[in-house]
Design a protein. Sequence first.
Length: 476
Amino acid sequence: MPLTSSHKIPPAAFDRNLYEPLLKSRKFQDVLATLQPLVAGGPPDPGLLDLVADCYFGLERADRGIEVLEAIVSTWPDNLAAWGKLAVRSLQNGNKPRAAQAFDTILSHTPNSALTLSALYRAAPYAWDSSYSARLRQLIAAGNLTQTELASVNNTLGQVAFSSGHTDIAFQYFQEAKNATSGQYDPAKTAAKVTAQAQAFDPARLPEVPITGDTAQPLFIVGLPRSGTTLLESMLNAHPDVTTIGESPALIESRKAIQTYLRQHNAVAQDWSWCSDTDPALARAGRNAYLAHLSAQEATAPRISIDKLPQNLFEMGYARMILPEARFIFMMRHPLDIGLSLFTTNFHEGHAYSKDLRWIGHFIRANYDSLIDYIPKLGGRLQLQSYRQLVEHPEAQMRALLTRLDLDWDPACLTPQSTKGLVKTASLTQVRQGINRSGLDKWKPFEAQLAPLIEALGGWDWIKAWEAQDAALSTP
């Protein structure tokens, strides 16, 4: 796609909004087919090319999408938005050096960009005594940062301090980052949700839903955020008979659609009324709505389709109703490692429970209360997977897991750093490092600071019981 500066036209010449309906429907190939004549007919437009890049990313053709972004920054070198997108996509694609170069290019224009300085650390970590860290501390002292910027800068300084051995200072920065984030967590509401699940969900009362043989078998990888779900997804996705729809809202959207329908026909219908009030026809409609989200871009039909939204844990009952053939894997990582990771991760939205260690403890226990209820109800459809066992004995664990999924062994599953497509979750840097033990026992230097979390979990008695259960998971 050769471009020259003589072709420059104002960015406003292209109207992306015309294509939004097709993008929302994930019809990336249709959009791309429409755009190709415009690209060929010229003159090129950065907005047009940006949409072309997005279509390639939507089609899981990350290298081609990045190639288009490179063409944009080459032709319009002052387009900082394109540089930012190139940096993020390069980082998601595992190319840290190029991501760092792109972030540095932005900083050459806007040296005090708080968000860019923070993002740079993920691509090229810098030291506590570096000029970058000093600039972040100066930005905080100046008092002009937005709440979003405050959260990002404080979190980054916490990461830098921790990597430099300044544990106490790191924890203070992490707390300031959480103080700058919005949202409140309601422990009583979460507890009531789990109680309602235990009382209402009964597999024996579900409608019969026929299994069609023309779609991949759904595999839901669930658990707490930061529990290793992205790693397991990447390992399985390396298998030629496996694909993934990532962290998709499809299951939740399908369930909400059925709930809306039931409330329209029964004003007193409750959140869990679908368990008893859904007839076979409505259940099939919910099934079809979900299956419409499965990837249709694979050259060959996959046998397994992963859905990796961790909090689909609470949706497993609904998935059991509309997808009786579905399998579920719950990832178990040490609760103190999860709690620490939740507290030290700067989530862009949601996850209000992660602002307070006591809230985190309550949320972890609520997840396990939900799991305990589902274990006997889902039976062999649900299995527990130890994160520790997975990273310490990856080949044995993956061989056993693939056998349970009726898949042949493939050594590619041991190199998730070479995963197909972009890694878009908070775990992108960890996954690109390959399988390693660095995520184990990270909580230990913070044990004193984690006292509120330990208490909220139920103290060491509950933690030791969890450790015993995890140790028993020697094979999937």
